[in-house]
Design a protein around this ligand. Structure first.
Ligand SMILES: Cc1cc2nc3c(=O)[nH]c(=O)nc-3n(C[C@H](O)[C@H](O)[C@H](O)COP(=O)(O)OP(=O)(O)OC[C@H]3O[C@@H](n4cnc5c(N)ncnc54)[C@H](O)[C@@H]3O)c2cc1C
Length: 416
């Protein structure tokens, strides 16, 4: 079958891999000249298979006053005159219960474990993929005793679901990652997950692109898809520049732009952008940098070593679709990085980056069929798109293979 994928980020490219491996004729269209030009370029680089608990959790309501008023808060809400934003926020707040958060965690863990297995298989099967992949393990740091107690409770819950994690005291954290020695007095402890990985998402995408091109996948770059149009027989077509892009099936993998594109065929998906930032430091030969990937839990900032670079990422602003960076948020992120790694921030040149997480209110992606016989979704991966890419793509390819044009919505779908 001829399959058209809309979006050449990590989700579209991974979908192309599994669909072309299943024998389909695959074309990817993207509005940029190069793949991974949006959210899949400068993300945190953590393959966070065991750390998937959603942002929508039971503790959120008590944090709201801070999110609304403080400029340096890790999450910030900028109200807009937008029903899309308010609807998303309402659905997000409705999801902030313990029951929903645990249900989301269960769903995400099963998808992330599948993704880990598939990514490791992919790396073994495709030696040409080169993307700074390291089995680094991850250490989530807690600064206060209450947060550490809650983290241990989560660890115990996640252990029942197959996660292997250990609680460490401050000394053990420093023993594991000596570059944290100066923070020892301020640490309440940490959760160590040895089975987590780190890698460069943009390099993964570019490596995958080369492999896909060599296997005959077509790339329509600089191609902006203007809309989807309903056709006869319960089908849709994607249109660009006044002409249809011919295909048997269409897969929407357009990240944070998905909701707007799908509006043209009256499909409403609750995908809204959560704006984030990263700084990538070029490490100098003598600068000490962490080998374990680190998350500073209270500040929601992540640190991942990508070869000779250190990626520092964080901040979630509910602030609309603009990619324009807010200089005060970059100041906040730089201050966090300077408190953690002063020598690196002082002596290493860096690049700033802004991206839009394609977030659903509950935190689960939307993968599967739609009410149109030939339209499929692989969207809404929020803060975990790199982590969940292989699992979501392989499931999509498997479901599409068994479709035969029937309505499969009640049979297959990973939905928010
Ligand atoms: C600060 C930050 C840190 C993050 N850290 C991590 C992390 O550590 N680990 C992790 O797993 N995830 C992380 N994420 C999330 C991850 O980056 C995203 O979930 C993932 O990149 C989403 O991939 P995507 O392919 O859906 O979207 P994108 O990469 O945005 O790709 C969508 C593509 O669709 C194209 N497109 C959109 N509309 C159209 C149109 N109309 N016509 C043509 N093309 C179109 C765009 O040009 C784009 O190339 C982070 C995100 C941010 C912002």
């Amino acid at each position: 079958m001829r399959i058209l994928i809309l979006g050449a980020g990590v989700i579209g490219l991974s979908s192309a891999y599994y669909l072309s491996r299943a024998g389909h004729e695959v074309t990817i269209a993207d509005r940029h000249p190069e793949v991974a030009s949006e959210t899949s370029s400068g993300n945190g680089g953590q393959l966070s298979y065991s750390y998937v608990a959603p942002l929508a959790g039971p503790g959120v309501v008590s944090k709201l006053p801070r999110w609304l008023t403080r400029g340096d808060s890790p999450v910030r809400f900028r109200p807009k005159l937008s029903t899309e934003q308010w609807r998303w926020c309402f659905q997000f707040l409705s999801a902030c219960t313990r029951e929903q958060s645990e249900l989301t965690t269960r769903k995400l863990l099963s998808l992330s474990f599948l993704s880990r297995t598939l990514l490791h298989e992919l790396i073994a099967a495709e030696p040409s993929l080169d993307f700074d992949f390291v089995r680094s393990g991850k250490l989530v740091l807690h600064r206060d005793a209450g947060a550490m107690r809650s983290a241990i409770k989560l660890l115990e819950f996640q252990r029942t679901l197959g996660c292997e994690q250990q609680a460490l005291n401050a000394n053990a954290c420093v023993e594991l990652e000596p570059t944290l020695a100066h923070l020892r007095p301020s640490l309440a402890g940490g959760i160590h997950t040895p089975s987590e990985d780190t890698a460069d998402c943009q390099r993964f995408c570019k490596s995958l692109e080369a492999l896909l091109r060599a296997r005959g996948v077509q790339f329509l770059m600089n191609t902006s898809v203007d809309c989807l149009r309903p056709e006869s027989g319960g089908r849709v077509e994607a249109w660009s520049g006044g002409a249809p892009l011919l295909s048997d099936h269409v897969v929407v993998a357009s990240g944070a732009a998905a909701a707007r594109l799908l509006k043209s065929v009256c499909i409403r998906v609750p995908v809204y952008p959560l704006k984030g930032y990263s700084l990538t430091f070029d490490l100098q030969p003598q600068t000490a940098a962490p080998h374990v990937s680190i998350t500073d839990f209270s500040r929601k900032v992540v640190y991942a070593r990508l070869g000779k670079r250190l990626r520092v990422a964080g901040i979630a602003d509910i602030d609309g679709y603009s990619l324009e960076p807010d200089p005060t948020r970059l100041v906040t992120l730089r201050a966090e990085a300077a408190a953690m790694y002063p020598d690196i921030v002082r002596s290493c040149p860096d690049n700033e980056w802004t991206g839009l997480r394609p977030a659903t209110p509950r935190g689960t992606p939307i993968v599967g069929p739609t009410r149109y016989r030939n339209l499929w979704l692989n969207v809404g991966h929020g803060a975990l798109g790199f982590t969940l890419a292989t699992g979501s793509a392989a499931l999509l390819a498997q479901w599409l293979a068994s479709s035969n044009g029937q309505d499969l919505r009640s049979t297959f779908a990973l939905s928010h």
